[in-house]
Ligand binder design. Structure first.
Ligand code: DP6
Length: 323
C-alpha cells in the first residue's frame, strides 16, 4: 500500500488563468505548457490501517496542508476506502527558489496515492485527478509539451502535444526573489474573472494564440514557441493588472529581467521571457543560445540564481521510497 512518484513542474506557454467552476477546478480556457526537467517533486504515499489520521511532510517539515488531505479524500472516494495515509514529499530544487510547487506536487501526489491505494487509472484519468488538486498539475502528468482542455469534468483532461525531445527549447529559470506571492493563483483567478474588463478580450484572443502555439510545436520551432509564450505572458498579465484589486505579480527585479531579455534580442540572442503568477521569470531560448543567455542573466545584479532546464518527461513511479 505504498508508492512513490516523481513529477516535473511546468511553465505555462499559453497560460491557464480563470475557472468556470471553482470546486472542480474547471479551466476557462485550453492551456499549453512545457515540463521543466530540473524542477521536480518526489512523493511517497502509504495507506495503512495503522494510521489514525493523515500526516503530511513537505521537505522534511510537518505540513498542515488541507489541499493535500482533500486530494487524498478524492482518491479514497474513488477507491471506496477509508484508510488514512502518510505522505512525504521532497522538492528536487531548493525551497528558497520561491516557485510554487503545486503542479509537480499534485501530479506526484496523484500518481503515488492512486498507485498506493490500488487504483489502476489510465494516464487521462490521472490528468483529471491531478487537475482537481491544481489545474496546472494536470499538464505535468503526460510531460513534455502538453495541453489541458477546458470543459466539464469529463473533458478537462491533459494530453501530450509534443515529446520533450521534439522541440529544442531551453528554459532559464531566473530567481530574483524568494518571498511567496501575496495572492495565490486560485484567488487571483477568481478576482480576474470577476473584475477585469480585459478577461473577455483574452478569451477572444486565445483560440488563435492556441492554434499558433500548436503549429509552432508541430513544426518544432523553439524560437517561435518562446516568442508566442512572451506574447501570451503579456496578455495574461494585462488581465491581472486590470483586475480590482489589481494583481501586480512583477517586482522591479522582474521588470529589469524583462528589459534585459529584450536587449539580448537586439544583441542577436533569440531569448523571450515568460512569467506565471509570481515574480520569478522564465527565459525561453533555443538550445544553442541557452548558455549565452544564462551567462548574461547571471551578470544582472538583480538575479540571485538560475537553473537551466530542458523539457521534462511524464510523471512516473520511482524507487526508492522516501520512507
Ligand atoms: C499563472 O494551477 O496554480 O501558472 O488550479 O487554482 O491550483 P489552481 O491554479 P494553478 O494556476 C497556474 C496558473 C499560471 C499559468 C499556467 O500555469 O498556465
Amino acid at each position: 500500500m505504498k508508492a512513490t512518484a516523481r513529477a516535473c513542474a511546468n511553465q505555462g506557454l499559453i497560460k491557464y488563468w480563470g475557472k468556470t467552476e471553482e470546486s472542480g477546478r474547471l479551466p476557462s480556457n485550453d492551456s499549453i505548457s512545457v515540463c521543466l526537467d530540473r524542477l521536480t517533486t518526489t512523493t511517497t504515499v502509504e495507506f495503512s490501517p495503522e494510521y489514525a489520521h493523515d500526516t503530511v511532510r513537505i521537505n522534511g517539515a510537518p505540513a498542515g496542508d488541507h489541499r493535500v488531505t482533500r486530494h487524498l479524500d478524492l482518491v479514497r472516494a474513488m477507491a471506496k476506502s477509508t484508510l488514512k495515509a502518510r505522505v512525504d514529499s521532497q522538492n528536487g530544487f531548493p525551497a528558497a527558489v520561491g516557485f510554487a510547487s503545486s503542479a509537480s506536487g499534485f501530479a506526484a501526489l496523484s500518481l503515488a496515492a492512486a498507485s498506493a491505494i490500488g487504483l489502476n487509472l489510465s494516464q487521462v484519468e490521472l490528468t483529471r485527478l491531478a487537475r482537481r488538486g491544481s489545474g496546472s498539475a494536470s499538464r505535468s502528468i503526460p510531460g513534455g509539451f502538453s495541453e489541458l482542455k477546458a470543459g466539464n469534468d469529463e473533458e478537462a483532461v491533459a494530453i501530450q502535444l509534443a515529446s520533450p525531445e521534439s522541440v529544442d527549447l531551453r528554459t532559464v529559470v531566473v530567481v530574483v526573489g524568494e518571498a511567496p506571492k501575496k495572492t495565490p493563483s486560485s484567488e487571483g483567478m477568481r478576482i480576474t474573472t470577476e473584475t477585469s474588463p480585459m478577461f473577455r478580450a483574452r478569451l477572444e484572443y486565445l483560440p488563435k494564440a492556441l492554434d499558433d502555439m500548436r503549429a509552432a510545436l508541430r513544426s518544432g520551432d523553439p524560437a517561435e514557441v518562446a516568442r508566442l509564450a512572451e506574447v501570451d505572458t503579456l496578455n495574461m498579465h494585462a488581465t491581472m493588472l486590470t483586475s480590482q484589486p489589481s494583481l501586480i505579480y512583477w517586482t522591479a527585479e522582474t521588470v529589469a529581467v524583462m528589459h534585459d531579455v529584450r536587449a539580448m534580442r537586439e544583441d542577436g540572442i533569440p531569448a523571450y521571457f515568460s512569467i506565471d503568477a509570481g515574480q520569478n521569470p522564465f527565459v525561453n531560448v533555443p538550445a544553442p543560445h541557452a548558455e549565452a543567455a544564462r551567462r548574461r542573466l547571471e551578470q544582472l545584479p538583480v538575479v540571485r540564481s538560475t537553473f537551466l532546464c530542458a523539457p521534462g518527461g511524464p510523471t512516473e513511479l520511482v524507487d526508492p521510497p522516501l520512507f
